[in-house]
Ligand binder design. Structure first.
Ligand code: FES
Ligand SMILES: [Fe+2]
Length: 397
């Protein structure tokens, strides 16, 4: 499979041969011997283009949450690695994803969230589509006051549907349509976290961050705890680097956790916690899983976190962080201050991470950067992520 890499699109021969070497090294080497991805994997538009049709096209990518689409006829435009997509809730309460382009001249159809629409109408020549993406009307397309002409196959001009499935509140799409069922993809995570009653999760808050760095750096940073004592001194007080552990959770996901998580408290009050957890898990354990490619999850006795990072360009990314709490009661106003403790801790931690990630990006602009190395003891998870990137590129290029 590796030989396919040389057929990557793009004219930059050096870039491709550097990538090829890096990919062979990442896949074949032990963590101690591996050399990381080269700087151009983080800085070049060609590499991002390659990621679009290998990584972002072929895997399940988390794109949003179903609770945003409250009613039938609600639409939201989203982007996955720059590809415009619409999410729609239809009259049967099902969520669909379509390419956000008009079948006539390719105009971007939806530019902002809309509620309770009966159809999707293009503002250019007024073609309209129903909520299942079927083309309904094409005014004057066959001449004045004639919507059609002989031989015009309207059914071939429906919106282009994208495979779309849901887990919990999270919506995923698979652009190439070839991934295994979403539940199979997530099964190792579902099993690992079966002790938590995830049906109790209730949406709490969403915050987003934009940063001047490649999307992969956010996932890599999330995947290792080696940096904790120096970058997050406050967090390291309650959950030290040496309290962390990593665990296996299937070949496409990366697991790590902390065995000294402290639940945020005001006096003796805390947020509601998942029922029926063993004492240790209820009081102290937090676990984090990076779901390849760009979703990061965190489970704690008292909340669940979903983090999605999306590239806007090779060196500009946006990260959405969504908090879910446990049970209806946890979203009441009486718990607001406690929820805020959790959210504020993540805001501080993320600001600290972003400062570092942006400097990692700057370092990758230097021709002197050769890919770096990994600690076999503390960064095998980071190596695992880069190996997944390398494999996806090798398989799908
Ligand atoms: S581009 Fe949409 S109707 Fe013409
Ligand atoms: Fe961090």
């Amino acid at each position: 499979m590796i030989e396919k890499v040389s057929a990557c699109p793009g004219n930059d021969k050096d870039l491709n041969s550097n990538n090829e070497k890096a990919i062979i090294s990442l896949i074949g080497s032990s963590t101690a011997d591996a050399v990381g991805l080269p700087g151009k994997a983080y800085t070049s538009e060609e590499f991002l283009e390659q990621e679009r049709h290998t990584i972002f096209a072929n895997y399940w990518v988390c794109v949003g949450r179903s609770s945003v689409l409250t009613h039938s006829g609600d639409l939201i435009p989203i982007e996955v690695a720059g590809i415009p997509i619409i999410l729609v809730r239809d009259h049967h309460n099902e969520i669909h994803a379509f390419n956000n382009i008009c079948s006539h001249r390719g105009l971007k159809l939806v530019t902002q969230p809309c509620q309770q629409q009966k159809q999707i109408r293009c503002p250019y020549h007024s073609w309209s589509y129903d909520l299942n993406g079927q083309l309904q009307s094409t005014p004057h397309f066959g001449g004045y006051w004639q919507d059609t002409y002989e031989g015009f196959d309207r059914s071939s001009k429906n919106l282009q549907s994208i495979r779309c499935e849901q887990w919990l509140d999270l919506i995923f799409i698979n652009l190439a349509g070839n991934a295994p069922p979403l539940r199979d993809y997530l099964q190792p995570i579902i099993e690992r976290w079966s002790v938590y009653d995830l049906n109790l999760l209730r949406y709490g808050e969403e915050i987003s961050f934009e940063f001047n760095a490649n999307w992969k750096l956010a996932v890599e940073n999330f995947s290792e705890h080696y940096h904790l004592p120096w970058v997050h001194p406050q967090l390291n007080n309650s959950s030290r680097m040496e309290d962390h552990f990593s665990f296996e959770v299937g070949e496409n996901h990366i697991g790590q956790g902390s065995k000294l998580y402290r639940i945020g408290a005001i006096g003796d009050r805390t947020l509601p916690v998942f029922p029926n957890l063993q004492t240790t898990r209820r009081e102290t354990v937090a676990e984090y899983i990076s779901v390849f490619p760009n979703l990061m999850l965190g489970i704690h006795p008292d909340y669940f976190l979903a983090l999605v990072v999306n590239p806007l360009s090779p060196s500009l990314s946006v990260e959405k962080m969504t908090f879910y709490f446990v049970g209806d009661e946890a979203t009441n106003s009486e718990y607001e201050e406690l929820r805020q403790i959790t959210i504020d801790l993540w805001k501080i931690t993320t600001d600290e991470d972003i400062e570092i990630i942006e400097r990692l990006q700057k370092g990758r602009n230097s021709p002197a950067f050769g890919g770096g190395c990994f600690s076999p003891a503390l960064e095998s998870t980071l190596h695992q992520f880069q190996r997944l990137v390398a494999k996806a590129i090798a398989i799908y290029s």
